[in-house]
Structure formats: structure tokens, C-alpha cells
Design a protein around this ligand. Structure first.
Ligand code: ADP
Ligand code: PMV
Length: 909
């Protein structure tokens, strides 16, 4: 038996077996698709026995030298038959069959070389995504994911020199989004003529869509799906018209040895014969199922529905809507119940089989895409995918209805005598909430604030697992977000060189982002890729003397991007202003971090405030001045993200500062992971203690000081560990004393004085003191035996001095005068006040409205400028009208606190 050379090396092969014209009056038309499918004919490969079906050449080798076939890895007659048949039904010059759909993509991706760039869709099969991630991380190929429903979204990534491949899917899996293959191919070819356009056509097959006709260079299918149709084999198919590409593909397949086996080639060939028949049946039932779900009110993704956004494009490039649809129920648990309740619909990954299948992509076929990316690409966790088979459509609909009913997704409406969608409590609440937020959240200003802190015992040691005792001070950082409508995000940091900067949101390095979906926590490690991308791009021009502002901007942008949700990117200005000194050891960075985190979480709709209280209270209203109005879960979420920002600002923070900034009060805090029980405990009883805080005004850098102690620990572990142990016993003592109701006031104060001295001595040993701090210690001790220690990171910054109850006011005045004379700045503070605060967004709570409970303090006492001053040119662009921003930015620091209070009701943790 003589075979021609293997088909993959030949030119155009689909010499259609349409017989020639029999009569000049009645031309024979070319055979149609289903006829081609059923007719496996290859005029070059006549079987010697006239076998009706293609024989399986189950052999690895072929005898002889110089013959058509020698080794099945390189060529096998059964496979040649199959490839001929596929080329024919695909109207392609070349067809290759390999061991799976992913193997097909692998062969195609091997056309790339390091440095190349791919533009790919953002709603791709999970396995495709996984392979792309692999080549991105291992082969230095850049992958840009874009929303391919908008052809112009590719524009900014198309480079004539770098774009080597464009990878498309239409409809996408599982959201059934439509890409205009023809327009995209044309755009890409115009601007990057060498780019290869690749289309995954699995969902459609060549029966319903032939991308080679729309400009694609390579089309591949997972033949495990519709082409074979029975889920009894795995195979991948690659077709193309270009000889140069075909040659490279053939070389790769032969080299790596993943060509399809003879038996699978046979099975696939047999499956293809019924492709059109199966597809027709599956597609018509899918239309019925889609309409059924749509009529019930579910959000259904199927291009056969009239409201599908890509329907017009799809109708232009394809011949049918296919047999896969997906729909949302509004609730993940509800979806899980529906899936579990079906009987006829098999719970399985994959699709294209004669049997109907049901799945939840997020937990099955797309689980290999991490949750963060799924969320960023808008893949709903509750999405159900239906892959419709050839069973009787009535049975399929009955079974689905039964499952929806059993799961509680639909209920009988007796009046209408039909099933209607059941209002799911969670779905409803969510929908109402979303509506609420859509209406106002991003069009309004958010005003937040958080206190600084004073560490009384245990700073530095707390980084290494020792317990610290800290309390909030009545000096705060304030953060105000003001919406912008010009696509820009800006920051204004009035305390650090009056720094202002703005960025186009689209210019941020979104490619480097791994977003974290709501409800998930940030990993322990910062995302260095994102930090690097931000530093090298939008922050590259800042630096030098602007180091502080650069760090604060980095922390802000890092949170903004990491907390983003898909393409939802609110634009606004964030102004931060503090009444506490920045970089003085009073936790300005943590209060800043808490403000930035809470503002972004609010705008990204990740935290919600409690609903406004009903206007007609049914019981006695006890005023708590806003305390405990912010639920603990919200506070914890803000705290987690404030800690992330602190990591950016501090390197290796303990977490105590952000805990105080968010939770306020006084607490003992132990970092987890050091063999002791981590966490924080509130300490009561601080209110009555008086402290003097003194700012040495010597600037220092917390990050460096913390790193210095870590270095010392590494160099002299014995010494440092014994110091840490000693500090632990100091904080244990302090905590016990503070919590002991039996202890006399005198005894408590004396004990605390001793502990302050001792703790400071150890901090000196850790080399974090500074001559200016020693001067303050000496001065306060000399004038009345007061005990003082450094607080926070040291190296300059602030000290804290305990003022006993019986310390005379005149003596205190003279101590303060003395300190001022020395050039220091003393503050007499109260500690243990409220943590994070959010100005109530409800109009009823704003002082300008008819507030039944006007704020008690300082209304009218604040002295912000009567006429808001102008925001400098450029900064006001896109700023909302009637904003708090001008007053906030121009008021004097002393007035900020009273002014903020006068605005209305603040909700506190
Ligand atoms: N009000 C603010 N506005 C902008 N950035 C701030 C503000 N307060 C703190 N920061 C950021 O935090 C850094 C100070 O952190 P750090 O040295 O730990 O001081 P502190 O001891 O006050 O916490 C600043 O360099 C800046 O990056
Ligand atoms: C030194 C340290 O204990 C406190 C730093 O506080 P500050 O930055 O000086 O306010 C570090 C930390 O706990 O993260």
C-alpha cells in the first residue's frame, strides 16, 4: 500500500471530494459541512481492502528505509487520515493532532522566544492561563491580559517589534464574552504585521466558526470536547494556512513527541463524523435552557440571547451560538446547592460531550487561576456553567427546574401558577447594598482619622516577639478623599513638604498587579513585583529629598491597586494632614496607614458602615459619641491593610502601631510567630494617668532603626536575646500592675516610674537612643525626679514622661519651659482615646443638616477660613464642587481637630 508523504508537510490538502459536474445545466454544489464530516475520504490513501472505516495502525515503527512512514512519533497512517479530515472540515491547508488541547497550545507557544510579548484575553480557560503564567515566569515572555470584547483595549499593547502573538478566545469560557476576531486581526496586522494571531476555537469548532477566514494565523481546539464528542479521549488540534508556521509546528510536534496516538486518532475520526449532528441538537437545546433561565430573571451569558452585548459581532463572525452557557445566581452557596441537586446534568469539568454537564468554574475548571486574579477579571464566584448534551430537552429542563427548586432558587407563585425566582436573602441584601453604593459612595467625600500612639514599654523588642504596651494619643492623622472626574488619582500630603502628585489611573502598572479579592488577606510578604513596578514607573521621578513622600505614595498606590476590583477604579484625591509630628516616634506612619487603608477600603466597597439608624427610634437612644459605631470586623479589615501599608513604610513593623491607630485605647500587643500567644488585649485604667510627650525635633528613620536592632541581634544574639527577655519581664510587670485593682495608686506610679527607667536603659543598650533624648531625660529628672524614656523607634523623635498625680502644676510649667528653652517641643497629652474614626456619611448626621444630636464640643469654636481658600491651580481639576477639601487643606493645624468635630457625627471603632 502506497501512501503519499505525511499530510503535515504538504500544501493545501482539502481537495474536497465533491464530484465533478455531471451536467453543464445543473452544477454540483460543494458538499456541505455535515456531509464533509460524515465522509472520511482521502483520495491519496485508498485502503487496500476497501475498509469502510480507517484502520488503526497500532504500531510504533514501520519496516524498511526511505518509506512514507518509519516511526509513529513522526507519522502514522491513522493520524494522517485524521489530519486530512480535520484540514478538510476546517478549510485549512494544514492540520495537526496532538495529545490534548493544552499540548496544542504548548506547541504553538513554542513559536515564541524570550523577550516576546503576548496579548491575551482576560477571560480564558484556567489551563490556558496557567500555561501563560508559566511561560511568563520561566521564559521571559511578557503577557498582557486585556478585555478582548473591546478591540481598542489591545491598542496600547500592540508593538510592531515586540508583539509576537495575540491569543484570543470567542466566545470566552466561561463568561461567553465575544471578541471581534475579524476587527482585532485586522488591527493587529496593520500595526504588528509579524504578530501571529491564535484563536482557541474549542467552544465553536469549525462547524460554527472558522477564524482562519477572519484573519487568524493559527486555530486550535481541544478535540477532547465537541470534535470527539464523547469524553472518551483527549486530543488537541491545530490548523493553519501558512506553510512557514506549519513547518515549525510539525518540527516541534515531531521533536517533543506529543502527536496523537493511533487509537485516539481513530476514535477522534469516528467522533467527528457526527459533529454537525450533535452540535445542532446541543445548540438548539441550549437556546431553550438559556431562555428558560433568562425568563426566570437570572443573569445568563449566552450569545443566543437578544440582550447579549456581543451578539451582533458574534452573528457576523459565527454560524451559531454553541452549546455552553453560564449564569449567575447571586450567591455562591445557592449555586453549590443547585449544582448538587441536579441528576441528569453531570458534575464535571470540560464540555462538548453528548452528556449534559454542570459545573462551577471558580471551584473547578478555573480553580487554577488564583482567587485574586479571578476577582480582578470579573469571574463571579457563584457562576454556574451548563454544557448541554444531546439528551431530550424536556428531560434536561425538568431536571434543571427540579434542582433550582430544591436549592431554593425558584419558588411556585400560586397566583401566576408558575415558578418564579425566589428572592435570596443574601443576593437581595447585596443588590440593595450595591445599588446604594453605586449611587453615592464614589461621588461623595470620605473623611477619616486615626490617632497616633505612644509606646510606654516594649518598643523595638516588640518587633522580635516581646509584648509591648501602647496607648493612643489625642493627636491624629486625618484623611479626606474627594472624587475626581478626570481619570486621575492624586495625593496631597501637607505635612511632608506640602507634597502633591497626580497620576492617570490607567498609567499605573496594572500588569504587575496581583489583586486580592474581598475577604482574602494579604500574604505575609509584600508583592515585590508590584513595588518594583510602581517604583520604576509612576514613582521613578520622585526621590531624593522627597523620600518620605515617595514612601507614603508607594504605600497609598500599593493599597489602591491591590484592593482594586476588576476594572472598577475610582478616581479621587486623597489629602492627609496630621496634628501629630511626623517621624517623631508617635506613630504618624500607622495613623496615616490607617487613614489611607480605611479610605480606600470604603471607596473600593470592601468595608461597609452600619446602616443609618432609623429616624423613629423605638427605644431610648443612649449617646455613645460615636464609640463602637464601627463594627469590629470592619476595624479588623482596616487594621490588616494598615499593617500592609506599615510594612511598606517600616520594613518590618511589629503591628503594634497600627493596632493602636485603629482600635485606640490602651493595649498590650504581642506579635504572633514567636512561640508566645500573639494578639492584643485592651488595658483599662489609663485615663487617669498623665503623660508629657517631648519631641526632640531630631529627625530619624524608623525603618533604619528597626533594621539596626535586627542587625545587632544577628551579630550579638546572646546579648540582644537577654535584653529582649528583660524587656519582656518589664512589660509583664507593667501589665500586671496596670490591671491590678488592689494596687494602691502610689504603688502603681512608683512601679511604673521604675519600669520606665529600666526600659529606657535597655533601649540605650540596643543603641536606639540619641543625645537629645538623654538631655530630655536629664532635664525632667533634675526638675522633680520625673522618669522619662524614649518612645517609638528612638534615634531622636519623642520621649514620654510619667507625671505623678501630686506633681505641682507650677513645677510642670517650669519643666515645660525648660524643655522649650532647650529647643524641644513638649505636649501634655491625654492617652487612651478613640481609634479609627469615619465622619458619618448620612446627611442626618452632618452638622449642616438638622442633627438631633449636635456634636457637643467646639461647634463654632473652630476657626477654619470663612471663605475657603483656592486650591492651587491644577490641583482643583476634577475636584467635586462644594468640597471640604479647601478648608481642610488651608486651616491651621491647631484648628483641624475642632473643625473636624464640628462637621457632624463621627463613627469610631
Ligand atoms: N501625615 C502624613 N502624610 C503623609 N505621609 C505620612 C504622614 N505621616 C506619616 N507619613 C509617612 O510615614 C513616614 C513616617 O514614619 P515613621 O518614621 O515611622 O514616623 P512615626 O514614628 O511618626 O511613625 C513618613 O516618612 C511618611 O512616609
Ligand atoms: C520601633 C517600633 O517598635 C515602633 C516604631 O514606632 P515609630 O515609627 O517610632 O512611631 C517598631 C514597631 O513596633 O513596628
Amino acid at each position: 500500500m502506497a501512501f503519499p508523504e505525511p499530510l503535515e508537510t504538504k500544501g493545501r490538502l482539502h481537495d474536497l471530494p465533491t464530484p465533478g459536474s455531471e451536467s453543464p445545466f445543473r452544477e454540483r454544489r460543494p458538499y456541505r459541512f455535515s456531509t464533509l464530516c460524515a465522509t472520511v475520504e482521502n483520495p491519496h490513501m485508498k485502503d487496500q481492502y476497501g475498509s469502510s472505516s480507517v484502520p488503526i495502525y497500532q504500531t510504533a515503527t514501520f519496516k524498511g528505509v526511505g518509506n512514507e512512514y518509519d516511526y509513529t512519533r513522526s507519522g502514522n497512517p491513522t493520524r494522517t487520515h485524521l489530519q486530512h479530515h480535520i484540514a478538510k472540515i476546517s478549510s485549512a491547508a494544514h492540520a495537526f493532532t496532538v495529545s490534548s488541547g493544552m499540548a496544542a497550545l504548548d506547541v504553538i507557544l513554542r513559536l515564541l522566544k524570550p523577550g516576546d510579548e503576548i496579548i491575551a484575553g482576560d477571560d480564558l480557560y484556567g489551563g490556558t492561563n496557567r500555561l501563560l503564567t508559566y511561560i511568563r515566569t520561566h521564559l521571559a515572555v511578557t503577557v498582557h491580559h486585556v478585555d478582548t470584547t473591546d478591540p481598542s483595549s489591545l491598542d496600547k499593547y500592540i508593538s510592531p517589534t515586540k508583539t509576537a502573538m495575540v491569543l484570543l478566545e470567542s466566545p470566552t469560557n466561561p463568561l461567553l464574552k465575544i471578541a471581534d476576531l475579524a476587527t482585532i486581526s485586522q488591527n493587529v496586522k496593520e500595526r504588528a504585521p509579524n504578530a501571529i494571531i491564535v484563536v482557541d476555537n474549542t467552544m465553536m469548532t469549525s462547524y460554527l466558526q472558522r477564524p482562519l477566514e477572519h484573519g487568524a494565523d493559527i486555530v486550535y481546539d481541544s478535540a477532547t470536547k465537541y470534535l470527539s464528542g464523547h469524553h472518551d479521549l483527549m486530543a488537541g488540534v491545530v490548523t493553519c494556512n501558512r506553510d512557514d508556521i506549519a513547518q515549525k509546528l510539525a518540527f516541534t510536534i515531531n521533536s517533543i513527541g506529543n502527536a496523537l496516538t493511533p487509537i485516539d486518532s481513530f476514535l477522534l475520526l469516528r467522533g467527528i463524523k457526527t459533529l454537525a449532528l450533535r452540535m445542532d441538537r446541543q445548540q438548539s437545546t441550549t437556546q431553550l435552557v438559556a431562555e428558560y433561565l433568562w425568563n426566570l430573571g437570572f443573569k445568563v451569558n449566552y450569545p443566543g440571547l437578544p440582550n447579549h452585548p456581543g451578539r451582533d459581532v458574534h452573528v457576523r463572525i459565527a454560524d451559531g451560538s454553541g452549546a455552553v452557557l453560564s449564569f449567575e445566581t447571586g450567591n455562591k452557596e445557592l449555586s453549590e446547592r443547585i449544582v448538587a441537586a441536579t441528576r441528569l446534568w453531570g458534575i464535571s469539568v470540560s464540555f462538548g460531550c453528548v452528556n449534559s454537564l454542570i459545573s462551577m468554574p471558580c471551584v473547578m475548571s478555573h480553580a487554577s487561576i488564583d482567587a485574586a486574579t479571578r476577582a480582578a477579571r470579573g469571574l463571579p464566584e457563584d457562576l454556574i456553567r451548563l454544557c448541554v448534551g444531546i439528551e431530550d430537552s424536556n428531560d434536561l429542563l425538568d431536571d434543571l427546574e427540579h434542582a433550582l427548586l430544591e436549592a431554593g432558587a425558584i419558588e411556585l407563585n400560586a397566583a401566576q401558577n408558575r415558578f418564579v425566582r425566589a428572592p435570596h436573602p443574601d443576593a437581595l441584601t447585596q443588590a440593595v447594598q450595591d445599588l446604594d453604593l453605586d449611587d453615592g459612595r464614589n461621588k461623595q467625600e470620605w473623611f477619616v482619622s486615626a490617632p497616633g500612639k505612644v509606646i510606654l514599654f516594649g518598643e523595638h523588642a516588640v518587633v522580635h516577639g516581646v509584648t509591648a504596651i501602647a496607648a493612643s494619643v489625642d493627636l491624629r492623622c486625618y484623611g479626606l478623599t474627594t472624587p475626581r472626574t478626570d481619570g486621575k488619582l492624586s495625593v496631597h500630603f501637607t505635612d511632608i513638604g506640602d507634597f502633591y502628585h497626580e497620576w492617570n489611573v490607567d498609567d499605573l502598572p496594572w500588569d504587575a498587579l496581583t489583586p486580592i479579592p474581598p475577604g482574602e488577606v494579604h500574604p505575609d510578604e509584600l508583592d515585590q513585583r508590584l513595588i518594583e513596578a510602581l517604583s520604576l514607573t509612576v514613582l521613578a521621578r520622585l526621590g531624593g529629598e522627597k523620600e518620605q513622600a515617595k514612601n507614603a505614595s508607594l504605600a497609598f498606590l500599593y493599597l489602591y491597586m491591590t484592593l482594586s476590583r476588576g476594572s472598577y477604579r475610582p478616581t479621587f484625591n486623597f489629602t492627609a494632614r496630621a496634628t501629630l509630628p511626623v517621624g517623631a516616634g508617635l506613630g504618624s506612619s500607622a495613623s496615616f496607614s490607617a487613614c489611607a487603608a480605611s479610605a480606600i477600603l470604603l471607596l473600593q466597597r470592601r468595608i461597609n458602615l452600619p446602616p443609618k439608624p432609623s429616624s423613629t427610634p423605638s427605644h431610648l437612644h443612649v449617646s455613645h459619641n460615636g464609640r463602637r459605631a464601627i463594627p469590629p470586623a470592619v476595624a479588623e479589615e482596616v487594621n490588616r491593610w494598615a499593617f500592609v501599608a506599615e510594612k511598606i513604610l517600616h520594613g518590618n513593623p511589629s503591628g503594634v502601631d497600627n493596632c493602636v491607630a485603629v482600635f485606640g485605647g490602651a493595649l498590650s500587643y504581642t506579635r504572633s510567630g514567636f512561640g508566645r500567644k500573639g494578639g492584643m488585649d485592651a488595658i483599662h485604667g489609663f485615663k487617669s494617668l498623665k503623660f508629657l510627650l517631648t519631641n526632640s525635633k531630631v529627625p530619624r528613620d524608623t525603618k533604619k532603626l528597626v533594621a539596626g536592632v535586627a542587625q545587632m541581634k544577628e551579630n550579638e544574639p546572646g546579648l540582644v536575646n537577654s535584653i529582649l527577655k528583660a524587656i519582656q519581664s518589664i512589660t509583664d510587670e507593667a501589665r500586671r500592675a496596670l490591671a491590678d485593682p488592689e494596687m494602691s495608686r502610689d504603688a502603681l506610679l512608683t512601679a511604673l516610674q521604675d519600669l520606665i527607667k529600666e526600659n529606657h536603659d535597655y533601649l540605650v543598650m540596643l543603641e536606639v537612643s540619641h543625645p537629645s533624648l538623654e538631655i530630655i531625660r536629664m532635664k525632667t529628672y533634675e526638675s522633680g525626679g520625673l522618669r522619662t524614656k524614649l518612645t517609638g523607634a528612638g534615634g531622636g523623635g519623642c520621649t514620654v514622661t510619667l507625671i505623678p498625680d501630686d506633681f505641682k502644676e507650677e513645677s510642670l510649667d517650669s519643666v515645660m519651659d525648660e524643655l522649650i528653652r532647650e529647643g524641644f517641643h513638649p505636649y501634655l497629652t491625654s492617652v487612651g482615646g478613640s481609634g479609627l474614626g469615619i465622619l458619618s456619611p448620612y446627611p442626618e448626621h452632618r452638622a449642616r443638616g438638622s442633627d438631633p444630636h449636635p456634636p457637643r464640643q467646639n461647634v463654632g469654636q473652630a476657626t477654619p477660613p470663612d471663605t475657603p481658600s483656592e486650591i492651587p491651580e491644577g490641583r482643583a481639576k476634577g475636584t467635586a464642587f462644594d468640597s471640604l477639601r479647601p478648608t481642610f487643606e488651608m486651616a491651621s493645624t491647631e484648628d483641624i481637630s475642632a473643625w473636624a468635630t464640628s462637621l457632624g457625627r463621627w463613627l469610631y471603632v
